[in-house]
Design a protein around this ligand. Structure first.
Ligand code: UD1
Ligand code: MG
Length: 472
């Protein structure tokens, strides 16, 4: 509901996200904006922030690795524009077909993954309340480094000077350009073509638009924001920092909401994950994607959980790996369990150590305690799967077949089920059986060679060594 309100408030607004730069300092074959921050390419975070703020016209300017970036971002419903040559930030904005713009525009960098929808909403609010033509988002930094410096005269903005082109005095200024701007579209249409490339890099700097518009008495002002907004990723160290900051923030939110976390600094929970209050997360746990954790559920160390739904009071023991599965209330899993996609573990069921499952519906209160592989299977309720059980689901025709085991079945250890196969309710499978025919309910199936006894097969020591005997 709040989003709908924001949408009404912000429309019509356009976002232009600059992402054509090479990212040389990443030293990586992957385009910079596709490097992941907490599981998502960093540019997705920027697009998501725009969408959260209710901006629907989102234009991405790509260049280096453009076709790869395009395939990633297009599925988020944005428009992609190519900047043929990287001639500078002003040229990049022009590449987004500024002649087709109307209303207010926000310009963002694709490598600023910490920016959030609420930040953008605030910027638009200030911009509109102050009836500005152009605003640059600034922040105050202890170490302003390579950021462009904001030049003010008697508090009023005059220009932005790039660090590379700045005098020693200018470099002392702590207020910097975050690289985020808001402008009326007419301002971009009028002034971008006037920007020249007379600077140390020979590039068309978007920052020059400030001095040009100020000279023409346009209404231009800086909007001071939190330092987080200026956080850009230029190398692997900054990428690692961005990850850490996002994980820490999520951990803090969860702690505040009542999740127990033994070592939040060493817990990796992506922002999209939902964890209910009262659950316990041990160190070195990684929770990813659409994962949901119910109340009073405990996740022990070194578990990796992707896109999975864990109910209430589940115990996930150490070193388990879960992917796209559902664990129902009070079930216990692991240690060392591997649950692969489309596995559904019923209430109070138990899956023990070194058990792998793929595409399995495992009934309530059933148990597979040790060393088992179940694939393409449906297991009823209250069934015991003995140690070393295997469903042979993959046949010589390279197709997968299903195993169906009913309720209350007892499967003895070291049994194999050659699918397609079905076992009726309350049947018993003798240990070591290779089941190739359906088993009716309440039947006992024994499918192993009969035990043969050869009496006196091994000679007694006294009979074995006649020479010794003779000596005695
Ligand atoms: C820019 C600003 C600087 C500001 C800083 C904040 C300019 C001239 N300088 O510097 O004042 O403090 O951002 O991070 O704008 N890009 C293109 N095409 C190009 C050039 C750049 O798409 O031809 C994109 C890059 O991919 C990046 C963004 O524009 O996302 C900024 O470019 P970058 O070269 O990183 O500018 P900075 O030197 O960081
Ligand atoms: Mg930069």
């Amino acid at each position: 509901m709040t989003n709908e309100k924001k949408t009404e408030k912000l429309l019509p607004a356009t976002a232009i996200i600059l992402a054509a730069g090479k990212g040389t300092r990443m030293n990586s074959p992957l385009p910079k904006v596709l490097h992941p921050v907490c599981g998502k390419p960093m540019i997705e975070n920027v697009i998501w922030a725009c969408q959260q703020a209710g901006i629907t016209d989102i234009r991405i300017v790509v260049g280096h690795g453009g076709s790869l970036v395009k395939t990633v971002v297009e599925k988020m419903g944005v428009q992609v524009f190519h900047q043929a040559q990287q001639l500078g930030t002003a040229d990049a904005v022009r590449a987004a077909q500024i002649e087709t713009l109307s209303g207010d525009v926000i310009i963002l960098n694709g490598d600023h993954p910490l920016i959030q929808g609420e930040d953008l909403v605030q910027f638009f609010k200030n911009f509109r309340e102050e009836k500005l033509d152009l605003a640059v988002i600034t922040c105050i930094k202890k170490n302003p480094g390579q950021f462009g410096r904001i030049i003010r005269h008697q508090g009023v903005v005059r220009a932005i000077v790039e660090a590379k082109d700045a005098s020693a005095d200018t470099l002392k200024i702590k207020e910097v350009n975050t690289g985020v701007y808001l402008a009326k579209s007419e301002i971009l249409q009028d002034y971008l073509p006037r920007i020249q490339n007379l600077n140390s890099k020979g590039e068309f700097y978007l920052t020059d638009i400030i001095a040009l518009t100020v000279d023409d008495q346009c209404k231009v002002a800086p909007i001071v924001a939190a330092p987080r907004v200026s956080f850009g990723v230029n190398n692997q160290l900054e990428l690692a920092r961005a990850n850490k900051l996002v994980f820490n923030k999520k951990a803090r939110q969860l702690l505040e909401s009542g999740v127990l976390m033994l070592d939040p600094q060493n817990t990796y929970i992506e922002p999209s994950v939902q964890v209910a209050p009262g659950s316990v997360i041990h160190p070195n746990v990684y929770l990813k994607g659409r994962t949901k954790i119910g109340p009073f559920t405990s996740i022990e160390p070194n578990c990796f959980v992707v896109d999975s739904d864990l109910g209430e009071s589940v115990i996930l023991r150490a070193n388990s790996y879960l992917e796209n599965c559902k664990i129902q209330n009070r079930a216990s899993i692991g240690p060392f369990a591997r649950l692969r996609p489309e596995t559904d573990i019923g209430e109070e069921a138990h899956v023990g150590n070194f058990v792998e499952m793929k595409k399995v519906k495992f009934g309530a209160k059933s148990k597979a305690g040790h060393l088992t592989y179940l694939g393409d299977a449906e297991i009823g309720t209250d069934t015991n799967i003995g140690c070393g059980t295997i469903t042979c689901n993959y046949a010589v025709d390279r197709k997968k077949y299903k195993t169906k085991i009913g309720n209350g079945v007892f499967v003895g250890s070291d049994s194999q089920f050659v699918a397609p196969i079905s076992v009726g309710d309350n049947a018993v499978i003798a240990s070591g059986s290779t089941i190739t025919k359906d088993v009716p309910e309440r039947a006992l199936a024994i499918a192993r060679p009969q035990q043969l006894i050869k009496e006196n097969y091994v000679a007694r020591p006294s009979e074995e060594t006649p020479n010794n005997n003779e000596e005695k």
